[in-house]
Design a protein around this ligand. Structure first.
Ligand code: FES
Length: 112
């Protein structure tokens, strides 16, 4: 499969450009979990409840739609959110995220 989806991720002061393809990972959290070691990231494995996969979206490609299910409730429990806050586990990996830029918000573990 051609890796035709690129996502830029900033974490621990470093920038990573990750390449993937439609369907390789279920969501952005799984992609980050697999490619970059981030302490205490993705604790609930994508259920959308823990908040440890909190990212700030620095650049969203046109056409990317964020799904607002459990995300809003979980983000409301975290203290360091802003209007660019999203849960990486609620961002699906498909062609719509090509060009996405995010920054991992460290220390977002909100507990259950
Ligand atoms: S992995 Fe727990 S909220 Fe995303």
């Amino acid at each position: 499969m051609k890796k035709d989806i690129k996502v830029t991720v900033r974490v621990y002061g470093q920038e990573h450009v990750l390449e993937t393809y439609d369907g390789e990972y279920r969501n952005l959290m799984m992609l980050l979990y697999d490619k970059i070691y981030i302490d205490e990231f993705g604790e609930c494995k994508g259920v959308g409840r823990c908040g440890t996969c909190h990212v700030h979206v620095l650049r969203a490609p046109a056409g990317l739609v964020f799904h607002d299910g459990v995300e809003h409730t979980t983000l409301s429990r975290l203290g360091n959110t802003n209007e660019t806050s999203h849960l990486a586990c609620q961002i699906m990996v498909d062609r719509h995220i090509n060009g996405l830029e995010v920054e991992v918000v460290e220390g977002s573990g909100g507990g259950y």
